[in-house]
Design a protein around this ligand. Structure first.
Ligand code: CP3
Length: 346
């Protein structure tokens, strides 16, 4: 394939016309590809992340296998939390665990700034390797966790249903909370800029769990930090700003920044886009569970999303969240092919 002058994904992020609607998938490497599972049978998750050769291989697997319009760097949003000395572990079948969570203002006062270059050189090396192998075929998307989502892991110690400890910390220790958020926002901007310097052509900020907050709390405790972070990202590089459960927060997320707002599947794309304003691009938003259904249903639901996008420039097709691990690979291929064919513009 000859690389397009402007890859469709980057054109869509800038709301320029594209020959078809570009598509990529979050958590694409995430355990649904047999070639990923084969590697994971032999290596720990963090071990793979720290090995640029292996991480580059995993990054490229979905591009080869699925024909998506971008590669997403194989890494994790919590890699940047590790240098804080909180004891990060990916326990088998449980997701991430933080062994020494931040529970008091004193815990936060002890944190020094994160030396990003020293902490995660392997991420930048992975990006350089991927970009070299891709040779312009599709762009590489870099990513990081947004400050709230990363802070929620640091405070809770792992996943949470109600984010009660995080909110308690926010309300009881607002100064320490803002210090933590500012520290994370600063390190995250440098982390994303390092990925961009290593060749990432766009970056996604994952605020996966920010939907736990009310609009008032988002405004007071999150928005200023995300806004500062996004302003500090290298100019001209599209930023995709994603969260889940964000129906009520979309206008505030837009205000915080980003060239593209990521929509989860709980909203109708046309209605959400109208609310955001058509002068910002959107990404989304098929329910990942639909990929567990039959191919005819996958095409019907994906077709509905394309209809709602209405052929307007500035739509990047994606799932409303990550691919579920039990998803059949052929179903994902069906989706990618369908989006390309159904959205082809003469
Ligand atoms: O899309 C990709 O595969 C790119 C790499 C990527 C990973 N994590 C690899 C991964 C990306 C973009 C992430 C982001 C990430 N990590 C987020 C934001 C995205 C989201 O899902 O909202 C979050 C919240 C995390 C933290 C994290 N890491 C969790 C909650 C888990 C457990 C996942 C689960 O469902 O059990 C991880 C582990 C992880 N990160 C895996 C992968 C491929 C699975 C590790 C394994 O092989 O067991």
């Amino acid at each position: 394939m000859v690389p397009a002058a402007v890859p469709p994904l980057l054109a869509a992020a800038r709301r320029e016309p594209t020959p078809y609607t570009p598509v990529w998938l979050m958590r694409q490497a995430g355990r649904f590809l047999p070639e990923y599972r084969a590697l994971r049978a032999r290596h720990g998750f963090l071990e793979l992340c720290r090995n640029p050769q292996a991480a580059a291989e995993v990054t490229l697997q979905p591009v080869e296998r699925l024909g998506v319009d971008a590669a997403i760097l194989f890494a994790d949003i919590l890699l940047l939390a590790e240098p804080l000395g909180v004891g990060l572990e990916f326990a088998r079948g449980e997701g991430p665990v933080i062994h020494r969570p931040l529970r008091t203002a004193a815990d936060v006062a002890r944190l020094g700034p994160i030396d990003v270059e020293a902490a995660v050189p392997f991420v930048f090396e992975t990006a350089r390797t991927v970009v070299r192998v891709l040779a312009g075929r599709v762009p590489l998307i870099g990513f990081a966790g947004a400050p709230f989502t990363v802070a929620s892991y640091l405070v809770e110690g792992g996943a949470s249903r109600d984010y009660a400890r995080t909110k308690q910390f926010m309300y009881q220790e607002p100064d320490a909370w803002h210090r933590l958020m500012a520290l994370l926002a600063d390190a995250t901007a440098r982390y994303l800029n390092g990925q961009i310097a290593a060749g990432a052509a766009a970056v996604q900020l994952f605020d996966s769990w920010v939907g736990a907050l009310s609009p008032a709390d988002y405004r007071a405790f999150v928005l200023p930090h995300v806004s500062a972070l996004i302003k500090a990202v290298t100019p001209q590089v599209p930023v995709i700003h994603f969260g889940t459960g964000t129906a009520a927060l979309l206008p505030l997320m837009r205000q915080a920044g980003g060239d593209v707002i990521g929509l989860d599947w709980r909203v109708d794309l046309d209605e959400a886009w109208a609310r955001l304003g058509h002068d910002v691009a959107v990404q989304g938003n098929l329910d990942p569970a639909v990929l567990l259904g039959p191919p005819a249903l996958i095409r019907e639901r994906a077709g509905d999303i394309l209809r709602r996008a209405g052929g307007r420039p500035g739509h990047i097709f994606n799932l409303g969240h990550g691919v579920l691990p039990q998803t059949p690979v052929e179903h994902v291929r069906t989706l990618v092919d369908f989006v390309h064919e159904a959205s082809a513009r003469p």
